[in-house]
Design a protein around this ligand. Sequence first.
Ligand SMILES: CC(C)(COP(=O)(O)OP(=O)(O)OC[C@H]1O[C@@H](n2cnc3c(N)ncnc32)[C@H](O)[C@@H]1OP(=O)(O)O)[C@@H](O)C(=O)NCCC(=O)NCCSC(=O)CC(=O)CCCCCCCCCCCCC(=O)O
Ligand SMILES: NC(=O)C1=CN([C@@H]2O[C@H](COP(=O)(O)OP(=O)(O)OC[C@H]3O[C@@H](n4cnc5c(N)ncnc54)[C@H](O)[C@@H]3O)[C@@H](O)[C@H]2O)C=CC1
Length: 728
Amino acid sequence: MRVTFSLFHALAVLNWLLATESLIYFSLAVLQALEDGLKRADADPSVKAVTICGENGKFSAGADIRGFSSPNKQGLGLGPIVSLIERSEKPVVAAIEGIALGGGLEVTLGCHYRIAHVQARMGLPEVTIGLLPGAEGTQRLPRLIGVPAALDIITTGRHISASEALKLGLVDEVVEENTVEAAIRLANRLIGQPLGHRRLSLKPVPKLPNMEAFLTEALVKVKKRAQGCLAPELCFQAIKAATEQPFADGVRKERELFNILLTSGQAKALQYAFFAERAVEKWTTPSGASWKTASPQPIRKAAVIGLGTMGRGIVTSLVKAKIPVVALEQDLEYLNTGRKAVMLLLEREAMKMEQGGQTLDFNNPARLQFAVDFDVLRDVDLVIEAVFENMALKKEIFNKLSRICKPEAFLCTNTSALNIDEIASVTSRPQQVIGTHFFSPAHVMRLLEIIYGRHTSPTTIATAMQLAKVMKKVGVVVGNCFGFVGNRMMFPYVQQAVFLLEEGSRPEDVDQVLEDFGFKIGPFRMSDLAGLDVGWRSRKDQGLTGPTLAPGTSARQRHGYRYSPLPDLLCEKGRFGQKTGKGWYQYEKAGGRTAKPDPWIHSFLSEYRDTHQIKTRFIDQEEILERCLFTLINEGFDILAEGIASGPEHLDVVYINGYGWPKHRGGPMFYASTVGLPNILAKLQKYSEIHPDVPQLRPSAFLKKLVAMGNPPLNDWMSYLHRQSNKL
Ligand SMILES: CC(C)(COP(=O)(O)OP(=O)(O)OC[C@H]1O[C@@H](n2cnc3c(N)ncnc32)[C@H](O)[C@@H]1OP(=O)(O)O)[C@@H](O)C(=O)NCCC(=O)NCCSC(=O)CC(=O)CCCCCCCCCCCCC(=O)O
Ligand SMILES: NC(=O)C1=CN([C@@H]2O[C@H](COP(=O)(O)OP(=O)(O)OC[C@H]3O[C@@H](n4cnc5c(N)ncnc54)[C@H](O)[C@@H]3O)[C@@H](O)[C@H]2O)C=CC1
């Protein structure tokens, strides 16, 4: 950031570079230089007006987030600097280009006027990193744009466009040309004019006829959206203070609330998640392939095969990303059903986009084409297969694709668990075969698990990662194993949930504990939503249930380990979840969404326990939480040890973006580090002794090693993988 002194006697401009670093966020040095520059401008009689702008076309991304966890908390001095700007007797104009976020936007609120470039984005995203705008932003913004708009921007942290900012009155002017020059021109025009009415701290908060009722209702909404996250509610409290107290008292309240958040575990977890998401972009594989050296290929046209639950969402995402797409089904009947579903999704998306001033063009056959004939795939650059989860079918499709598609085309599978190498083996181009595992609903969920096989080339991985970015998804590169990262960790979690039902819990008890922990939905609500038949089909294919099961197999054992047939029994009764109106819960109708505890399930479980002579016991919340979460985490340690993921942040990003893990708890591996690895190990050992026939409860060797090495911080875990430990 720099301060530009605009001289009165001519349009000569003195540029004063405040920071030698070209960072877009504040360091302590930038803040110091900003303060010094302002003081010098005030003291210099030849300076008549001041313009503040950023370097390299970007105003500022706010404070350096890493500074919040450093001992000398960088950025804490910004509030007084914003006041200093506001008090200046010389007009100060902000020239906003690129981004003005967090403390960056708060600086502009101290300025007397704000000019933004038409492509600039603004926002106060502190809430997303567990904080609130602590440089007096919660007090100035409501005074400028009113309480409802300020509440929306501060409690959601969303970015707004320059045109929205202009409508809200957040900026005074939007320009298409050089913003700094426009700001200097304005600054020169303002010289000598009164500034009192432009100082936000002196203005009252605009009144609403029903402020109290509005705030009461708003708090309910904020809390509902927050799902256990502290920052949105404290943002609300700070804004409420602006409506009730004079500016100085409001600022004191803002500081008090900011300090609560700053020292909370939630802020640490959310800031960890911010950097984890960026760290996974820099992918590497054990063979040495890396984002640094691999170049993505352009995708000018794509195809999706199968327009079921997943295919529909994938097509929608591709259309939204402006990639022309061919959508293919097995016959005309399926095609028509799929087409209707896709069009409905696109219409809804178009409506949402229109509200934000954007358009979505999908009625053009050059953008979206429906077909049943594989021949139309000859010119596509990339295919995403999303047919039934069946290896024989997937192999048939890949063999066909390999023969029909042009040699350079990439072949992707949306399988949720199957072996990528086996699928690739039937093609003549295994180096261009990759798993692209979307999550349901695919046009909404941000995660894209990208699974490389033994022969997958670095170019293919880079292309899939680039595709994720274009589709506005978070790509996470992982290795090939049954269930990859996400589902492999999910299996023991769901398995424990079902075992708990056998032992005495009810679906709603287990779900409640995990939802209270912060999951968007518990494991049983989630199974009902995804469809119980999906897992049933997979278990039948694995020979765990169904006609291929060896006669005489014990009902509750497979391969010598504990097995629960409960989900199979439900499917045999046609209870597939929401789609059939009955699953672990009952619904108002087939396709219904509101889960109600089902007395039928309660008596079914009771009969089941009687049949298998299981003594029902009361299971407390602690046991439910520990058995579900610690087995999931335990599997995560095995995944790391096997090199399936290159670091714990990969697992955390997968869980936050694909499985509804509460972001303010930082992901399962971060959570494990906060609980303490010795505690997790001790609990797993305890439960494993009670249930020796459940291998998933046996502590991972890597977890044991980390505990033996003294419970190192999460950042260091991977360095212990290949180190010898003589303590084991
Ligand atoms: C900016 C982006 C939109 C850019 O996105 P994109 O182009 O996609 O690039 P990225 O890959 O995301 O980022 C590139 C690169 O930059 C890194 N980075 C980006 N922003 C930051 C940042 N703010 N800090 C650190 N690093 C950042 C990013 O990690 C990438 O690097 P890599 O990881 O190496 O790849 C996007 O990046 C974005 O959205 N950034 C975050 C923006 C944000 O959240 N800003 C808000 C920050 S918090 C803030 O600004 C608050 C304040 O400034 C308030 C000051 C505190 C005042 C406190 C006063 C109260 C005093 C009370 C205490 C008193 C004590 C007492 O009295 O006792
Ligand atoms: N449902 C979910 O939540 C998730 C599913 N997946 C995976 O995505 C894939 C698809 O799953 P769903 O969409 O749920 O299945 P689905 O059963 O809803 O849809 C599959 C579609 O594939 C079509 N199809 C079958 N054979 C075909 C062929 N030869 N040619 C063209 N189309 C054909 C079917 O007609 C059907 O419309 C599976 O591999 C599944 O494991 C992955 C993530 C989540």
